[in-house]
Design a protein. Structure first.
Length: 105
């Protein structure tokens, strides 16, 4: 996708989704957050072309990890298996504490 899309392209893309779905903005690839969509404002850019600005009205929540992965902002995460570790118990004479000579290790 090129950096600029037109209002028509944006509408065409949105038409593929459920009209009752909530629209959010995905912000900040390094600390992904979901933001609420606000007003639309029409203006012109420095070259005099018409531009429509889509405002955000605040942070909603963290971006779901699956969304950050779909945007290729984060690699897929694999949860490591948790294994129970045995408790290491010191053997006689090992570890801290008084030694036979009365000194601490």
């Amino acid at each position: 996708m090129h950096p600029d899309i037109t209002v028509g392209e944006f509408i065409d893309r949105l038409s593929a989704y459920d009209r009752d779905a909530v629209l959010r903005l995905a912000i900040n690839p390094h600390f992904p957050m979901a933001h609420r969509v606000g007003d639309l404002i029409e203006a012109t850019d420095a070259a005099g072309r018409p531009v429509v600005f889509l405002a955000e009205t605040g942070q909603q929540d963290y971006l779901p990890p699956t969304v950050a992965q779909a945007l290729t902002w984060h690699p897929p995460t694999v949860v490591p298996l948790r294994t129970r570790r045995a408790v290491a118990r010191p053997r006689d004479g090992d570890g801290p504490g008084p030694q036979p000579n009365g000194r601490h290790s």
